[in-house]
Structures are given as structure tokens and as C-alpha cells.
Design a protein around this ligand. Structure first.
Ligand code: NCD
Length: 339
């Protein structure tokens, strides 16, 4: 017997971590129109554009305008890439990242005073010498998170795309200004899945069954501590399957809510979460109300209906010289209607 209902009527969703890529640009043109088709009216847009990330308000506003031309009805919440003024190209930033927050003391103090949210990709760089790989890079970051919370107690922080039981525990243990986002794909994938399929590879990478169980339980017991941030990260198929390093990123934008429902149902079948854990309130909170409340965004004005088996994921999406392969390509998933 199916553990979930066959249909859910919920407030429109908010996806608080998306990669839409450069706009105007071919990937943005392909993926931005899938936001509302997915039942989502609000997105928090990542600033890691290439070759140059978004580092000023003027750039963020230009980017927003270009996204609005692709779909004016989405509410785009824009963000800035935290960086020293001297390091502004994508390559420089990818090589350097922000490893120490010391040089940003004044910025963080001001963010704390002004209520500006700090969004963390919480991983330390891989280092054989220090024993850091993609499997423990997030766990090794958690002391940095705790240190930041100690130094800036009023700073609002999101630990983005949590993937480990330790990250869930850390977010739970910290005060209400610290929350976590959880993606759709980390609710189903394990390390074995991405080691076998480039389209399942992302950062932070999917981990163990115990980690996945912790994420699933965080969704159904969130109470506002965890909400949806898909980290949908489209890459052209050539950078997934080319000769260089495989680009990290799973593309989930068009069917994110359905992927979550399927993962929760599979979790019930495995015994990872209780059979009665997935209520309308849990889904409305995780998909929509908790994220909006944290960011101070008004509640959704419209509702959506999700229907079991109502859609099929495209095998791939292409246009203007690019091709992106969605998560669970070709499979049946939940349909979305706007009410
Ligand atoms: C992100 C992307 O593709 O922009 N990829 C990902 O796997 N999450 C970048 C990043 O967050 O590492």
C-alpha cells in the first residue's frame, strides 16, 4: 500500500538554493522556465556565475533583471559571493574559496547588525595531507560553523545542502538563527549511486545510509530548522562527460517536489522514517513556509496540487547548443498543477 496520499494540495513552494547560471545565456534560458512548472514561485539564486561571480549589488540587480525576462512571475531572491575585492574571477575563487573568515570580520559584523543572511557551502577543501576527502569535507567544516556562531551570535546562517548526520546534529544544536537546507536528491542518493553515474555527482556528495536517514528525519521533524534548497545545478553534458574533471551538480529543478515525495515514500518502506511522518503540515513547512519565514518573505499567494504519477521526467533538455540531463531522466514522477 502506498504510504503517501495520491495527491496533495499545498502552498506554492520556495526553493532556497538554486543555480540558474548566467543570464542571458543558454542554460538559464533552458532551466528558468522550469521553476514555476515545478510548483515553485520563489527561488534563492546562487551567485557563482562563471567566469565572474556576482559580487556587487549592481551586478545582482542586472542578473535579476535578466532572469525576470525569462520568467517575470518568479520571485528571485538574489545573493552576493563573499570574496575579497582582489579575487573576483571564478578560477581565482574556485582555487581560493573562503577558508578563513578572519578577513571578513567587518562584513560579518555588519551582516549581523543588518539581518543579512550568510549562506555557507560548508566544506573544507580536500587535502590528502589532512585526511580530507569529499566524504568528510562537510564534517570537518562544522567546527568553523560553531566558531562563527560563537563570534556572531545574532548572525542568520544557512548551512546549505546538508548531507551528513553530523551536519543535521550541528544545525539542531545551534540557536534559531542557524538553519539548514536539504536538497531533493540527497534524500535518495548514496555514495554508491554517484560513483556509478556522473549525473548523480555533486558537492557536497551523497554519503552513507545513516546520513541519508538523518536527512530524511530532519525533513519530517524540521519545525523550521530545515527547509528545501534543491541546489539544482545544471551543467552542459560535455562538462559532465568530457575529458576534464566531471562538473559537480545534480539538475533537479523541473521535478524537485516529486523527487522529495518519492524519497519520503521509499524512506517509509525502508523504515527510515515512521509511516505516519509525512503530513500535509510537514510538507507545507518544508516546501514553503519555513524558508519564507526565515527570509522574511510573504507566504505563498497561490496553491499547487501534486498528483502521483502525473508527469514524466524528460530524457534530456536541450537548446541553443547546450544539453542538460535531469535527475531520474525518463522516469515517472509526481505532476504539478497551479490552483
Ligand atoms: C555547484 C554548481 O554547479 O554551481 N555544484 C554542486 O555540486 N553543488 C557548485 C557547488 O556548490 O559546488
Amino acid at each position: 500500500m502506498a504510504a503517501l496520499k495520491n495527491s496533495y494540495t499545498l502552498p506554492a513552494a520556495a526553493d532556497m538554493h538554486v543555480h540558474l547560471r548566467n543570464a542571458p545565456g543558454p542554460i538559464a534560458a533552458l532551466v528558468t522556465p522550469t521553476i514555476r512548472r515545478a510548483g515553485i514561485d520563489t527561488v534563492f539564486v546562487m551567485p557563482n556565475l562563471a567566469p565572474r561571480p556576482v559580487v556587487s549589488v549592481a551586478e545582482a540587480l542586472d542578473y535579476k533583471k535578466a532572469l525576470q525576462q525569462l520568467d517575470p512571475e518568479v520571485n528571485y531572491l538574489m545573493s552576493l559571493y563573499l570574496t575579497r575585492a582582489s579575487l573576483r574571477t571564478h578560477d581565482q575563487l574556485a582555487a581560493v574559496g573562503v577558508v578563513s573568515f578572519e578577513p571578513f570580520h567587518e562584513v560579518l559584523k555588519t551582516m549581523e547588525e543588518e539581518g543579512i543572511v550568510l549562506n555557507l557551502h560548508g566544506e573544507v577543501p580536500s587535502s590528502a595531507a589532512d585526511g580530507v576527502t569529499v566524504m568528510n569535507a562537510e564534517i570537518r567544516f562544522l567546527p568553523v560553523l560553531k566558531d562563527l556562531v560563537g563570534k556572531y551570535p545574532k548572525l542568520k546562517i544557512v548551512l546549505e545542502h546538508c548531507t551528513s548526520a553530523d551536519a543535521v546534529e550541528a544545525v539542531r544544536s545551534l540557536h534559531d538563527n542557524v538553519v539548514g537546507t536539504i536538497t531533493a536528491h540527497h534524500l535518495s542518493l548514496l555514495v554508491d549511486d554517484w560513483s556509478a553515474n556522473v549525473h548523480h555527482y555533486c558537492k557536497p556528495s551523497a554519503k552513507s545510509p545513516e546520513d541519508r536517514r538523518a536527512l530524511l528525519n530532519a525533513v519530517v521533524t524540521s519545525n523550521g530548522k530545515f527547509f528545501l534548497g534543491t541546489d539544482s545545478a545544471p551543467h552542459d553534458i560535455t562538462s559532465k562527460k568530457g575529458k576534464g574533471n566531471t562538473a559537480a551538480g545534480v539538475f533537479t529543478q523541473p521535478h524537485a517536489l516529486g523527487y522529495v515525495l518519492t524519497a519520503l515514500e521509499e524512506a517509509i518502506a525502508r523504515g527510515d522514517i515512521p509511516a505516519d511522518a509525512v503530513t500535509d503540515d510537514v510538507l507545507a513547512g518544508f516546501f514553503s513556509t519555513y524558508g519564507r519565514r526565515f527570509y522574511g518573505v510573504a507566504p505563498a499567494a497561490r496553491q499547487i496540487r501534486l498528483t502521483r504519477g502525473g508527469a514524466r521526467v524528460a530524457e534530456s533538455m536541450s537548446g541553443d547548443g547546450v544539453e542538460v540531463v535531469p535527475f531520474h531522466a525518463g522516469e515517472e514522477t509526481w505532476g504539478v498543477e497551479w490552483l
